[in-house]
Write a protein that binds this ligand. Structure first.
Ligand code: PLP
Length: 385
C-alpha cells in the first residue's frame, strides 16, 4: 500500500502507542482522585502538557486539552463570541477555513452574529488590505488558519496577528496542519489562541488542544467538573493525552529532519506529474506551501474516479479535504482560489508523510498518468476546450 493522505490523518507512531498502552489498564486512575494511582495519571497529563508547551513555545498552563482540533476551533470561536457579546458581535475569518471553523461561524450567524469571510488570492493567501478594512469597533475575533489542509498554502500569520493586535482584537489560528510539521512559536507569532490536533502529527485520534494566552478570558465550552482548570470539563482522555504529549516530544526532535526528507519527495512527485500528464494545474502557493502537500486538477477527469483507480492500485489519496470527500459539493477552497468550474471536480490531493519513500513516488508516477489517460479517453470533455 502507498499512503499519501497524511493531511487527512497520520499513523500513530509506535513510540506513541507504547507510551499510551499502560494508561488503559494499569495506570488507569482518574486524575481527579487523590490516591497514588490517580496522582500518577495526573502527573502523566501534566508531563504531556509540558511537552505541548515546549512544541508551541508557551507556558504549560496556557495549554488546554480537547477531544480534537474541531472542538478546539469551536471553543475558541464560540467561547469568544458568547463571552464578548457585550463588546461586539462581529467576527472575521477567511473563505478557505476548515469546516470546523466555517460551520461554527455559520452557527453563530444563526445566533445573530455577523461574520466577514475574507477573500483569498489565486494561491490562497488572505488579502491583508481587505482584512485591515474589515476590522470594526464591534469586531471581537479574527480567526485565520495557519496552513490550508487542501492546498497547503501557508498564511502570513505573524503579519496578520500584528495587524489584529494593533486594533485590540483577539486573534485565533487553526494550526492543525502546521503543528508538528513546522516550528511554530505562539510567542514569536503573537497569537492569542491556537488549535491543534494529535492525529495530524503521528499522535492518536480523538485528542487535540487549544492554546489560550495567559490573560485572554475565554469562557468554558463544556460544563461539568473542574478539569482543565475549570475551563474544559470531562474526565481527561489520559491515554490520548499521554499520546499527544509523546507525539509532541518526537516532533520537537524530528520534524525538521522529516521536512528535509519529505519536501524533495513531494517536489519529485510534482515535477514527474507535470512532465507525464499534460493539461494539469497545481493548486496552492508555489513556495509558501506545506512541504508535504500537492494539490492538482487534471482536466477532463473526475477526481473521485481517479481516487477509485488509485485505490485499486493500493494508493490512498484524497480529492479534497477528508471531510468533504464523498459529497458532490465542489471544494470551497478551490472555488475561493478561483479554479474554473470545469476543473472543480478534477482535483487530487497527495499529501506525504514520514513513511513515504522514493519507491512510493515512483509507483504513483508509474500508475497515475495511465489512469488519467484512460479516464480522459472516456470523457466527453477531453479534446474539447
Ligand atoms: N482544521 C484543519 C485545518 C484540519 O485539517 C482538520 C482536520 O482535517 C481539523 C481542523 C479538524 O481536526 P480534527 O480531525 O482533530 O477534529
Amino acid at each position: 500500500m502507498v499512503y499519501m493522505d497524511y493531511n487527512a490523518t497520520t499513523p500513530c507512531d509506535k513510540r506513541v502507542v507504547d507510551e499510551m498502552v499502560p494508561y488503559f489498564s494499569e495506570q488507569f486512575g482518574n486524575p481527579s482522585s487523590i490516591y497514588r494511582l490517580a496522582r500518577d495519571a495526573k502527573k502523566a497529563v501534566e508531563k504531556a502538557r509540558e511537552n505541548l508547551a515546549k512544541l508551541l513555545d508557551c507556558k504549560p498552563e496556557e495549554v488546554f486539552f480537547t477531544s480534537c482540533g474541531t472542538e478546539a476551533d469551536n471553543w475558541a470561536i464560540i467561547g469568544t463570541a458568547f463571552g464578548m457579546r457585550e463588546k461586539g458581535r462581529h467576527i472575521i475569518t477567511s473563505s478557505i477555513e476548515h469546516h470546523a471553523v466555517l460551520h461554527t461561524c455559520k452557527f453563530l450567524e444563526k445566533m445573530g452574529y455577523e461574520i466577514t469571510y475574507l477573500p483569498v488570492d489565486r494561491y490562497g493567501i488572505v488579502d491583508i488590505e481587505i482584512l485591515k478594512k474589515s476590522i470594526r469597533k464591534d469586531t471581537i475575533l479574527v480567526s485565520i488558519m495557519a496552513a490550508n489542509n487542501e492546498i497547503g498554502t501557508i498564511q502570513p500569520i505573524k503579519e496578520i496577528a500584528q495587524i489584529v493586535k494593533e486594533k485590540g482584537v483577539l486573534f485565533h489560528t487553526d494550526a492543525v496542519q502546521v503543528v508538528g510539521k513546522l516550528p511554530f512559536s505562539v510567542k514569536q507569532l503573537g497569537l492569542d489562541m491556537l488549535s491543534l490536533s494529535g492525529h495530524k502529527f503521528y499522535g492518536p485520534k480523538g485528542v487535540g488542544a487549544l492554546y489560550v494566552k495567559k490573560g485572554v478570558k475565554l469562557i468554558p465550552f463544556i460544563y461539568g467538573g473542574g478539569q482543565e482548570r475549570k475551563k474544559r470539563a470531562g474526565t481527561e482522555n489520559v491515554a490520548g493525552i499521554v499520546g499527544i504529549g509523546k507525539a509532541a516530544e518526537i516532533a520537537i526532535s524530528e520534524m525538521t529532519e522529516e521536512g528535509e526528507k519529505i519536501r524533495p519527495l513531494r517536489d519529485k512527485l510534482e515535477e514527474g506529474i507535470k512532465q507525464k500528464i499534460p493539461e494539469i494545474i497545481i493548486n496552492g502557493h508555489p513556495e509558501k506551501r506545506l512541504y508535504n502537500t500537492l494539490n492538482l486538477c487534471i482536466r477532463a477527469v473526475e477526481g473521485e474516479a481517479i481516487l477509485l483507480h488509485l485505490d485499486f492500485e493500493g494508493i490512498c489519496a484524497s480529492s479534497g479535504s477528508a471531510c468533504t470527500s464523498g459529497s458532490l459539493e465542489p471544494s470551497h477552497v478551490l472555488v475561493a482560489i478561483g479554479v474554473p468550474d470545469i476543473l472543480l471536480h478534477s482535483s487530487l490531493r497527495l499529501s506525504l508523510g514520514k513513511h513515504n519513500t522514493e519507491d512510493d513516488v515512483d509507483k504513483v508516477l508509474e500508475v497515475l498518468p495511465g489512469i488519467a489517460e484512460k479516464l480522459r479517453k472516456m470523457s466527453p470533455f477531453w479534446g474539447k476546450k
